[in-house]
Design a protein around this ligand. Sequence first.
Ligand code: SF4
Length: 99
Amino acid sequence: MNTDQPWQARGNCRNVDPETMFPETGDLIGRTQAKATCRGCKVLVDCLEWALEANVEHGVWGGLDEDERRKLRRSRRRLSAVKTTEPAAAASGAGSSAA
Ligand code: SF4
């Protein structure tokens, strides 16, 4: 992998064949091996956040494969939407049982 990110030189994957981190779709053994490489990586959070922000579609980054990152992005968007709407709902008394 080469993203030219400063954290990358400290990643567990720096000494593995880059192909390891990009298993074919449906290659569950390959995905498991890639995720095992990430286990305990000192820069896992930096890596994952970079991959999420850069919208990287392929490979295992930060211990998550593309499907898992997609789900995480979706969850964060939903959470963000809830956070954004909560104060308005609270101000209007929506969801409150107190009369
Ligand atoms: S979290 Fe995984 S992909 Fe990211 S730098 Fe570490 S070993 Fe590499």
